[in-house]
Design a protein around this ligand. Sequence first.
Ligand code: NAP
Length: 338
Amino acid sequence: MKKALITGVTGQDGSYLAELLIKKNYEIFGMVRMSSVNNLARIKHLINNKNFHILYGDMTDEASIYRCVNESNPDEIYNLAGQSHVGLSNNFSEYTTEVNALGVLRLINVINSLNLTNKVKLYQAITSDIFGNIEDNILNEKTTIKPINPYACAKAYAYMLTRNYRERGMFIVNGIAFAHESNRRPEKFVTRKITKAAVRIKYGKQEKLELGNLSVKRDWGHAQDYVKAMYLSMQQEKSDDYVFATGITTSLRDFCKKVFKEVGIELEFVGEGNNEKAYNKQNGKLVIEINPLFSRKNEKLNPVGDYSKAKKNLGWEPIITIDQIIKEMVSTDLIEER
Ligand code: NAP
Protein backbone atom coordinates (compact mmCIF):
# COMPACT_ATOMS: atom_id res chain seq x y z
CA MET A 1 0.00 0.00 0.00
CA LYS A 2 1.45 3.39 -1.04
CA LYS A 3 1.61 6.18 1.54
CA ALA A 4 0.94 9.83 0.74
CA LEU A 5 1.36 12.95 2.86
CA ILE A 6 -0.99 15.75 1.79
CA THR A 7 -0.33 19.24 3.12
CA GLY A 8 -3.37 21.50 2.82
CA VAL A 9 -5.65 18.47 3.18
CA THR A 10 -8.39 20.61 4.76
CA GLY A 11 -8.56 22.80 1.63
CA GLN A 12 -10.56 22.41 -1.58
CA ASP A 13 -7.92 20.47 -3.53
CA GLY A 14 -6.49 18.57 -0.56
CA SER A 15 -9.88 17.14 0.38
CA TYR A 16 -10.62 15.98 -3.19
CA LEU A 17 -7.12 14.54 -3.55
CA ALA A 18 -7.48 12.60 -0.28
CA GLU A 19 -10.75 11.10 -1.59
CA LEU A 20 -9.11 10.13 -4.87
CA LEU A 21 -6.06 8.53 -3.23
CA ILE A 22 -8.20 6.58 -0.76
CA LYS A 23 -10.08 5.12 -3.75
CA LYS A 24 -6.69 4.19 -5.19
CA ASN A 25 -5.89 2.29 -1.99
CA TYR A 26 -3.34 4.71 -0.51
CA GLU A 27 -2.75 5.28 3.17
CA ILE A 28 -3.17 9.04 3.62
CA PHE A 29 -1.56 11.35 6.14
CA GLY A 30 -3.11 14.80 6.05
CA MET A 31 -1.30 17.77 7.55
CA VAL A 32 -3.73 19.96 9.49
CA ARG A 33 -2.78 23.23 11.13
CA MET A 34 -3.81 24.42 14.55
CA SER A 35 -7.05 26.37 14.53
CA SER A 36 -9.39 27.64 17.24
CA VAL A 37 -12.35 26.91 14.96
CA ASN A 38 -13.26 23.69 13.16
CA ASN A 39 -11.18 23.54 9.97
CA LEU A 40 -12.05 19.89 9.24
CA ALA A 41 -15.38 20.48 7.47
CA ARG A 42 -14.16 19.37 4.04
CA ILE A 43 -12.61 16.14 5.35
CA LYS A 44 -15.13 15.18 8.04
CA HIS A 45 -16.33 12.22 5.93
CA LEU A 46 -12.76 10.85 5.81
CA ILE A 47 -11.82 11.12 9.46
CA ASN A 48 -13.08 7.66 10.44
CA ASN A 49 -11.53 5.94 7.44
CA LYS A 50 -8.88 3.50 8.69
CA ASN A 51 -6.49 4.63 5.93
CA PHE A 52 -6.77 8.33 6.76
CA HIS A 53 -4.70 9.95 9.52
CA ILE A 54 -4.37 13.53 10.68
CA LEU A 55 -0.97 14.96 11.60
CA TYR A 56 -0.68 18.46 13.02
CA GLY A 57 1.80 20.74 11.30
CA ASP A 58 2.35 24.16 9.83
CA MET A 59 4.38 25.18 6.77
CA THR A 60 5.89 28.05 8.77
CA ASP A 61 7.35 25.65 11.35
CA GLU A 62 10.11 23.34 10.09
CA ALA A 63 10.11 21.10 13.18
CA SER A 64 6.43 20.34 12.65
CA ILE A 65 7.01 19.55 8.97
CA TYR A 66 9.86 17.26 10.02
CA ARG A 67 7.54 15.40 12.38
CA CYS A 68 4.83 15.00 9.73
CA VAL A 69 7.27 13.63 7.13
CA ASN A 70 9.08 11.42 9.63
CA GLU A 71 5.88 9.93 11.09
CA SER A 72 4.24 9.32 7.73
CA ASN A 73 7.37 8.13 5.88
CA PRO A 74 5.53 8.76 2.59
CA ASP A 75 6.17 7.55 -0.95
CA GLU A 76 4.50 10.70 -2.27
CA ILE A 77 4.08 14.19 -0.81
CA TYR A 78 1.52 16.57 -2.28
CA ASN A 79 2.31 20.08 -1.08
CA LEU A 80 -1.02 21.85 -1.49
CA ALA A 81 -0.78 23.99 1.66
CA GLY A 82 -0.84 27.64 0.78
CA GLN A 83 -2.18 31.08 1.46
CA SER A 84 -4.21 30.76 -1.72
CA HIS A 85 -5.87 34.16 -2.08
CA VAL A 86 -4.24 36.58 -4.56
CA GLY A 87 -5.96 39.73 -3.27
CA LEU A 88 -5.24 38.99 0.38
CA SER A 89 -1.57 38.34 -0.42
CA ASN A 90 -1.24 42.14 -0.60
CA ASN A 91 -2.46 42.39 3.01
CA PHE A 92 -0.35 39.44 4.19
CA SER A 93 2.64 39.60 1.87
CA GLU A 94 5.19 38.38 4.43
CA TYR A 95 2.99 35.52 5.65
CA THR A 96 2.15 34.53 2.05
CA THR A 97 5.88 34.34 1.31
CA GLU A 98 6.53 32.36 4.52
CA VAL A 99 3.99 29.70 3.55
CA ASN A 100 4.04 29.63 -0.25
CA ALA A 101 7.77 30.17 -0.79
CA LEU A 102 9.79 29.38 2.33
CA GLY A 103 7.40 26.60 3.32
CA VAL A 104 8.47 24.75 0.17
CA LEU A 105 12.15 25.26 1.02
CA ARG A 106 11.52 23.93 4.54
CA LEU A 107 9.78 20.86 3.12
CA ILE A 108 12.65 20.13 0.72
CA ASN A 109 15.19 20.60 3.54
CA VAL A 110 13.23 18.12 5.67
CA ILE A 111 13.09 15.56 2.85
CA ASN A 112 16.85 15.85 2.41
CA SER A 113 17.67 15.76 6.11
CA LEU A 114 15.61 12.55 6.51
CA ASN A 115 17.59 11.01 3.62
CA LEU A 116 14.39 10.62 1.59
CA THR A 117 15.80 12.52 -1.41
CA ASN A 118 15.87 9.47 -3.68
CA LYS A 119 12.78 7.81 -2.26
CA VAL A 120 10.03 10.37 -1.99
CA LYS A 121 8.15 12.02 -4.87
CA LEU A 122 7.01 15.61 -4.35
CA TYR A 123 4.12 17.42 -6.05
CA GLN A 124 4.23 21.21 -5.71
CA ALA A 125 1.12 23.33 -6.33
CA ILE A 126 2.11 26.28 -8.54
CA THR A 127 -0.31 28.71 -10.17
CA SER A 128 -0.86 30.23 -13.61
CA ASP A 129 -0.59 33.58 -11.80
CA ILE A 130 3.23 33.22 -12.06
CA PHE A 131 2.82 34.34 -15.71
CA GLY A 132 1.40 37.70 -14.67
CA ASN A 133 0.49 40.25 -17.28
CA ILE A 134 2.67 39.09 -20.17
CA GLU A 135 1.76 39.63 -23.81
CA ASP A 136 1.17 36.03 -24.89
CA ASN A 137 -2.45 34.97 -24.72
CA ILE A 138 -2.05 31.21 -24.69
CA LEU A 139 0.09 30.18 -21.74
CA ASN A 140 2.09 26.98 -21.37
CA GLU A 141 5.20 25.57 -19.69
CA LYS A 142 7.45 27.68 -21.98
CA THR A 143 5.77 30.99 -21.17
CA THR A 144 7.90 33.66 -19.45
CA ILE A 145 7.34 34.06 -15.73
CA LYS A 146 6.46 37.59 -14.68
CA PRO A 147 4.52 37.59 -11.38
CA ILE A 148 2.73 40.79 -10.39
CA ASN A 149 1.55 40.21 -6.81
CA PRO A 150 3.00 38.71 -3.59
CA TYR A 151 1.06 35.45 -4.05
CA ALA A 152 2.44 34.90 -7.55
CA CYS A 153 5.96 36.03 -6.54
CA ALA A 154 6.02 33.47 -3.72
CA LYS A 155 4.78 30.72 -6.08
CA ALA A 156 7.38 31.78 -8.67
CA TYR A 157 10.08 31.32 -6.02
CA ALA A 158 8.70 27.84 -5.24
CA TYR A 159 8.71 27.05 -8.97
CA MET A 160 12.36 28.08 -9.44
CA LEU A 161 13.42 26.30 -6.25
CA THR A 162 11.76 23.00 -7.12
CA ARG A 163 13.18 23.07 -10.65
CA ASN A 164 16.60 23.60 -9.13
CA TYR A 165 16.24 20.62 -6.79
CA ARG A 166 14.88 18.51 -9.66
CA GLU A 167 18.09 19.24 -11.55
CA ARG A 168 19.97 17.92 -8.51
CA GLY A 169 18.09 14.62 -8.80
CA MET A 170 14.89 14.97 -6.76
CA PHE A 171 11.55 13.84 -8.21
CA ILE A 172 9.46 17.04 -8.08
CA VAL A 173 6.43 17.80 -10.22
CA ASN A 174 5.25 21.39 -10.60
CA GLY A 175 1.54 21.65 -11.41
CA ILE A 176 0.96 25.11 -12.92
CA ALA A 177 -2.77 25.14 -12.39
CA PHE A 178 -5.30 27.61 -13.76
CA ALA A 179 -8.23 28.49 -11.48
CA HIS A 180 -10.36 25.53 -10.43
CA GLU A 181 -13.59 25.69 -8.51
CA SER A 182 -16.18 23.50 -6.81
CA ASN A 183 -18.80 23.68 -4.09
CA ARG A 184 -15.83 23.47 -1.66
CA ARG A 185 -14.49 26.86 -2.79
CA PRO A 186 -14.68 29.46 0.01
CA GLU A 187 -16.77 32.59 -0.46
CA LYS A 188 -13.76 34.90 -0.54
CA PHE A 189 -13.16 33.67 -4.13
CA VAL A 190 -15.16 35.45 -6.82
CA THR A 191 -16.98 32.41 -8.25
CA ARG A 192 -18.44 31.43 -4.88
CA LYS A 193 -19.11 35.05 -3.99
CA ILE A 194 -21.31 35.19 -7.12
CA THR A 195 -23.15 31.89 -6.59
CA LYS A 196 -23.83 32.74 -2.93
CA ALA A 197 -25.03 36.26 -3.82
CA ALA A 198 -27.32 35.03 -6.61
CA VAL A 199 -28.96 32.55 -4.25
CA ARG A 200 -29.29 35.11 -1.44
CA ILE A 201 -30.82 37.62 -3.88
CA LYS A 202 -33.30 34.95 -5.00
CA TYR A 203 -34.20 34.28 -1.35
CA GLY A 204 -34.48 38.05 -0.62
CA LYS A 205 -31.57 37.91 1.85
CA GLN A 206 -29.28 40.23 -0.17
CA GLU A 207 -30.05 43.19 -2.44
CA LYS A 208 -27.11 43.44 -4.78
CA LEU A 209 -23.63 42.22 -5.59
CA GLU A 210 -20.48 44.32 -6.10
CA LEU A 211 -17.79 43.08 -8.50
CA GLY A 212 -14.68 44.34 -10.30
CA ASN A 213 -14.08 44.37 -14.07
CA LEU A 214 -16.79 42.19 -15.69
CA SER A 215 -14.86 41.86 -18.95
CA VAL A 216 -11.99 39.79 -17.48
CA LYS A 217 -12.05 36.25 -18.77
CA ARG A 218 -10.91 33.25 -16.77
CA ASP A 219 -9.98 29.68 -17.63
CA TRP A 220 -12.05 27.91 -14.93
CA GLY A 221 -12.00 24.16 -14.36
CA HIS A 222 -13.26 21.80 -11.66
CA ALA A 223 -10.97 20.84 -8.73
CA GLN A 224 -11.84 17.14 -9.14
CA ASP A 225 -10.35 17.12 -12.64
CA TYR A 226 -7.23 18.91 -11.36
CA VAL A 227 -6.51 16.46 -8.52
CA LYS A 228 -6.62 13.65 -11.11
CA ALA A 229 -3.92 15.54 -13.01
CA MET A 230 -1.84 15.83 -9.81
CA TYR A 231 -2.07 12.09 -9.21
CA LEU A 232 -1.23 11.18 -12.83
CA SER A 233 1.78 13.50 -12.88
CA MET A 234 3.20 11.66 -9.85
CA GLN A 235 2.91 8.20 -11.46
CA GLN A 236 5.42 8.99 -14.23
CA GLU A 237 9.02 7.77 -14.52
CA LYS A 238 10.33 11.34 -14.70
CA SER A 239 9.12 14.47 -12.98
CA ASP A 240 8.32 17.59 -14.99
CA ASP A 241 6.36 20.85 -15.08
CA TYR A 242 2.76 20.74 -16.31
CA VAL A 243 0.12 23.34 -17.09
CA PHE A 244 -3.34 22.19 -15.99
CA ALA A 245 -6.12 24.18 -17.64
CA THR A 246 -9.29 23.80 -19.72
CA GLY A 247 -8.28 25.95 -22.70
CA ILE A 248 -11.71 27.63 -22.52
CA THR A 249 -12.37 31.04 -20.99
CA THR A 250 -15.55 32.66 -19.72
CA SER A 251 -15.94 36.35 -18.89
CA LEU A 252 -17.06 37.34 -15.42
CA ARG A 253 -20.15 38.88 -17.07
CA ASP A 254 -21.10 35.57 -18.74
CA PHE A 255 -20.35 33.68 -15.53
CA CYS A 256 -22.83 35.96 -13.71
CA LYS A 257 -25.45 35.50 -16.46
CA LYS A 258 -25.19 31.71 -16.19
CA VAL A 259 -25.30 31.71 -12.37
CA PHE A 260 -28.29 34.02 -12.12
CA LYS A 261 -30.09 32.05 -14.85
CA GLU A 262 -29.51 28.91 -12.79
CA VAL A 263 -31.39 30.50 -9.87
CA GLY A 264 -34.17 31.74 -12.21
CA ILE A 265 -33.08 35.37 -12.68
CA GLU A 266 -32.45 36.76 -16.19
CA LEU A 267 -29.91 39.60 -16.17
CA GLU A 268 -29.77 42.67 -18.38
CA PHE A 269 -26.41 44.48 -18.51
CA VAL A 270 -26.38 48.23 -19.13
CA GLY A 271 -23.44 50.69 -19.40
CA GLU A 272 -19.71 50.20 -19.67
CA GLY A 273 -16.56 50.00 -17.54
CA ASN A 274 -17.07 51.15 -13.96
CA ASN A 275 -20.59 52.31 -14.86
CA GLU A 276 -21.76 48.89 -15.97
CA LYS A 277 -24.75 47.54 -14.04
CA ALA A 278 -26.93 44.46 -14.24
CA TYR A 279 -30.68 44.49 -13.63
CA ASN A 280 -33.13 41.70 -12.92
CA LYS A 281 -35.16 41.61 -16.17
CA GLN A 282 -38.26 40.36 -14.37
CA ASN A 283 -38.59 43.10 -11.73
CA GLY A 284 -36.15 45.80 -12.95
CA LYS A 285 -34.15 45.75 -9.70
CA LEU A 286 -30.42 46.55 -9.72
CA VAL A 287 -28.53 43.37 -8.79
CA ILE A 288 -24.89 43.90 -9.86
CA GLU A 289 -22.76 47.03 -9.84
CA ILE A 290 -19.05 47.73 -10.16
CA ASN A 291 -16.83 48.54 -7.23
CA PRO A 292 -13.41 49.48 -8.70
CA LEU A 293 -11.78 48.29 -5.45
CA PHE A 294 -12.46 44.71 -6.61
CA SER A 295 -10.57 45.13 -9.90
CA ARG A 296 -6.99 43.86 -9.82
CA LYS A 297 -4.35 46.29 -11.09
CA ASN A 298 -2.39 45.32 -14.24
CA GLU A 299 -4.19 42.00 -14.51
CA LYS A 300 -4.23 40.11 -17.77
CA LEU A 301 -7.72 40.20 -19.25
CA ASN A 302 -7.86 36.89 -21.08
CA PRO A 303 -5.24 34.35 -20.01
CA VAL A 304 -5.94 30.88 -21.38
CA GLY A 305 -4.08 27.69 -20.56
CA ASP A 306 -2.56 25.28 -23.09
CA TYR A 307 -2.61 21.86 -21.41
CA SER A 308 -1.35 19.89 -24.45
CA LYS A 309 1.77 18.65 -22.63
CA ALA A 310 -0.34 17.15 -19.81
CA LYS A 311 -2.64 15.60 -22.43
CA LYS A 312 0.28 14.07 -24.35
CA ASN A 313 2.42 12.87 -21.40
CA LEU A 314 -0.25 12.07 -18.80
CA GLY A 315 -3.31 11.35 -20.94
CA TRP A 316 -5.09 14.00 -18.86
CA GLU A 317 -8.01 16.10 -20.02
CA PRO A 318 -10.49 18.13 -18.00
CA ILE A 319 -14.02 16.75 -18.25
CA ILE A 320 -16.26 18.93 -16.08
CA THR A 321 -17.63 21.98 -17.93
CA ILE A 322 -18.23 25.48 -16.60
CA ASP A 323 -22.01 24.88 -16.78
CA GLN A 324 -21.68 21.75 -14.63
CA ILE A 325 -19.48 23.62 -12.14
CA ILE A 326 -22.09 26.36 -11.84
CA LYS A 327 -24.92 23.84 -11.40
CA GLU A 328 -23.00 22.12 -8.59
CA MET A 329 -22.13 25.34 -6.76
CA VAL A 330 -25.61 26.82 -7.07
CA SER A 331 -27.40 23.66 -5.96
CA THR A 332 -25.19 23.52 -2.83
CA ASP A 333 -25.85 27.19 -2.10
CA LEU A 334 -29.60 26.77 -2.59
CA ILE A 335 -29.49 24.29 0.29
CA GLU A 336 -26.96 26.12 2.47
CA GLU A 337 -28.74 29.49 2.20
CA ARG A 338 -32.31 28.22 2.55
P1 NAP B 1 -7.41 26.33 -0.15
O1 NAP B 1 -8.76 25.75 -0.27
O2 NAP B 1 -7.25 27.74 0.29
O3 NAP B 1 -6.58 25.38 0.83
C1 NAP B 1 -5.32 25.77 1.31
C2 NAP B 1 -4.88 24.75 2.33
O4 NAP B 1 -3.60 25.16 2.86
C3 NAP B 1 -5.83 24.64 3.53
O5 NAP B 1 -5.86 23.28 3.95
C4 NAP B 1 -5.14 25.50 4.58
O6 NAP B 1 -5.47 25.15 5.91
C5 NAP B 1 -3.70 25.14 4.28
N1 NAP B 1 -2.74 26.08 4.84
C6 NAP B 1 -2.73 27.41 4.72
N2 NAP B 1 -1.69 27.93 5.40
C7 NAP B 1 -1.04 26.89 5.97
C8 NAP B 1 0.08 26.76 6.81
N3 NAP B 1 0.76 27.84 7.22
N4 NAP B 1 0.48 25.53 7.19
C9 NAP B 1 -0.22 24.43 6.81
N5 NAP B 1 -1.31 24.48 6.03
C10 NAP B 1 -1.72 25.70 5.62
O7 NAP B 1 -6.61 26.21 -1.54
P2 NAP B 1 -6.88 25.20 -2.76
O8 NAP B 1 -7.81 25.88 -3.70
O9 NAP B 1 -7.18 23.88 -2.24
O10 NAP B 1 -5.45 25.21 -3.46
C11 NAP B 1 -4.45 24.26 -3.10
C12 NAP B 1 -3.09 24.79 -3.52
O11 NAP B 1 -3.11 25.01 -4.95
C13 NAP B 1 -2.72 26.13 -2.89
O12 NAP B 1 -1.32 26.14 -2.67
C14 NAP B 1 -3.07 27.14 -3.97
O13 NAP B 1 -2.28 28.30 -3.87
C15 NAP B 1 -2.78 26.35 -5.23
N6 NAP B 1 -3.57 26.74 -6.41
C16 NAP B 1 -4.93 26.73 -6.33
C17 NAP B 1 -5.66 27.10 -7.45
C18 NAP B 1 -7.18 27.10 -7.42
O14 NAP B 1 -7.79 27.66 -8.34
N7 NAP B 1 -7.82 26.48 -6.44
C19 NAP B 1 -5.01 27.46 -8.65
C20 NAP B 1 -3.63 27.42 -8.68
C21 NAP B 1 -2.91 27.05 -7.56
P3 NAP B 1 -6.82 25.73 6.63
O15 NAP B 1 -7.95 24.87 6.10
O16 NAP B 1 -6.54 25.53 8.06
O17 NAP B 1 -6.95 27.17 6.21
